[in-house]
Design a protein around this ligand. Structure first.
Ligand SMILES: [Zn+2]
Length: 511
């Protein structure tokens, strides 16, 4: 059976989703989970985009051991130099250069002739080859490129040393038949493709990204690119968990295998959803909350008699399990540490100590602590370590007949504290006005939502906010058994991300 390599670009193409802005720690956390999931390659970012991006790629490259770490680069030497700088510590580095090949991009974006495009691509691949043996070339908008010309590009790129050729449907325009056909044609027209890996990369503008990727696999590609939960620009990328589960569930049809640890799918999906703030719709295939829920009486009856009547995938296969309540007030540090390991976290002693303290605080507020609670708590703790501002305390006076008033104390990374109070139209409004005064950033709240992470009256509440400042949009999440506190934390984090997006935190590290 052919093995299909899974190339994850959650941290690069996925992070290009509007409003998503992951910190370095968050990227590392996702990267380590992707490694446990078994992705063969992960694109950690676009090193030349900013010093912050470079640093994140470098940190992922340092921490990930089993997967190839990839940095994107335009076909210019400066970008390729930066990509290599970021990948220097990687066990298996790969530089991914791209250049658009379609007539519309050549004429209107690049203003280059067919020959010039090939020349530049070849020069870029050769430059990248000086640094690493593993070079991927993507013909951007390959989907709308003339086939004979695309074949010329592919031949030249292979001759220049590219070992993976990716032919993306950048704008999500093609049908499965058309997309599969491009690869069939390339395999016939360019016999050299037999010695390299052919890769597909789709976008979901017409809802066909997964179908197109599966068509490409049928046509002979050996690498599929995509993201967890299908996140990404516009309508998003190929949803990797859907592709993998289609290949696994219909193995007899596709006759291929993947190296994924299927039981890690649920946890990876939840982690990406939490850290990006992009909530998975309930009806999403494979990872939606309702994906395994049977509502109709006839279906329920059938499933009880034999689950195969209406279930093609057991939820346990992809890592959903009934939420066992195991830890509580009396659990010790050792049990807690074991639990973390069972949940897939391998933390430094110092990080365990911090997490354990937070766990104890949570036990005071909540009788039973579930796996979900612990996962949420670890995520929240890890997000804090590189923040410019942190919420220290909050005081709220509320009555339905009086004007809500909030006072907050905020600590800056250098130890400076700021205290302010404000009145507002509601509790959340008063908290946000007080934070605005304390931090002094001019931001607009454009979205606010609360979800409960776990069940029961003492459930943890998770708040997501989206802020705008000029053209920049950021999102933040906060977690607490108290939704007002969660609201404040989410707001402060979103402000931190706006500051980080301006490059202030990373380049002017407070002492
Ligand atoms: Zn893309």
């Amino acid at each position: 059976m052919r093995t299909i390599e899974i190339f994850d670009t959650t941290l690069r193409d996925g992070e290009q989703s509007p409003g998503v802005n992951l910190s370095m720690n968050e990227k590392v956390e996702i990267a380590l989970q992707l490694e446990r999931l078994g992705v063969s390659r992960m694109e950690a970012g676009f090193a030349a985009a900013s010093p912050g991006d470079l640093r994140s790629v470098a940190e992922v490259a340092k921490r990930v051991k089993n997967a190839t770490v990839v940095s994107l680069a335009r076909s210019v030497s400066g970008d390729i130099d930066k990509a290599y700088e970021a990948l220097r510590d990687a066990q298996n580095p790969c530089i991914h250069v791209f250049l658009a090949t379609s007539p519309i991009h050549r004429e209107h974006k690049l203003n280059m002739s067919k020959e010039q495009v090939i020349e530049r691509a070849v020069a870029a691949i050769k430059h990248a080859k000086k640094y690493v043996s593993n070079v991927q070339f993507s013909a951007e908008d390959a989907g709308r490129t003339e086939l004979p010309y695309l074949a010329e590009v592919v031949r030249a790129a292979i001759a220049a040393g590219a070992n993976v050729i990716n032919l993306p449907d950048t704008v999500g325009y093609l049908t499965p038949q058309e997309y599969g056909n491009i690869f069939r044609e390339m395999i016939i027209r360019v016999p050299e493709t037999a010695s390299i890996k052919l890769s597909c990369h789709c976008h979901d503008d017409l809802g066909m990204a997964v179908a197109n990727s599966l068509a490409a696999i049928e046509a002979g590609v050996t690498q599929v690119e995509g993201t967890i939960n299908g996140i990404g620009e516009r309508a998003g990328n190929t949803s990797l968990e859907e592709v993998v589960m289609a290949l696994e569930t219909r193995k007899s049809f596709y006759q291929v295998e993947t190296k994924w640890q299927l039981k890690e799918i649920a946890r990876t999906s939840q982690l990406v959803s939490r850290l990006t703030g992009m909530i998975v719709p309930g009806n999403k295939a494979i990872v939606g909350a309702n994906a395994y829920a049977h509502e109709s009486g006839i279906h329920q009856d059938g499933v009880l008699k034999n689950s195969e009547t209406y279930e093609i995938i057991r939820p346990e296969t992809v890592g959903y399990k009934s939420n066992l309540l195991v830890l509580g007030k009396h659990s010790g540090r050792h049990a807690f540490k074991d639990k973390l390991a069972e949940l897939g976290y391998h933390l430094e002693t110092e990080q365990i100590d911090t997490a354990f303290q937070a766990f104890k605080v949570l036990c005071d507020k909540k009788k039973e602590v579930s796996d979900d609670d612990i996962l949420a708590l670890i995520d929240a703790k890890m997000a804090d370590s590189e923040e410019m501002y942190q919420l220290d305390s909050i005081q709220l006076s509320y009555g339905n007949q009086s004007t809500p008033t909030a006072s907050v104390r905020i600590i800056r990374a250098d130890g400076e504290t700021y205290e302010e109070a404000a009145c507002g139209n509601g509790s959340v409004d008063s908290i946000y006005k007080a934070i605005d005064r304390a931090i002094g950033e001019d931001v607009t709240l454009i979205d606010y939502k609360i979800i409960s992470v776990t069940h029961g009256k003492d459930a943890l509440g998770e708040v997501y906010v989206r802020l705008q400042q000029g053209d920049e949009i950021s999102q933040g999440r906060g977690l607490s058994t108290d939704v007002m506190e969660a609201s404040a934390i989410a707001y402060v984090r979103a402000i931190n991300k706006l500051i980080r997006a301006r490059g202030e935190v990373l380049d002017a590290q407070p002492v």
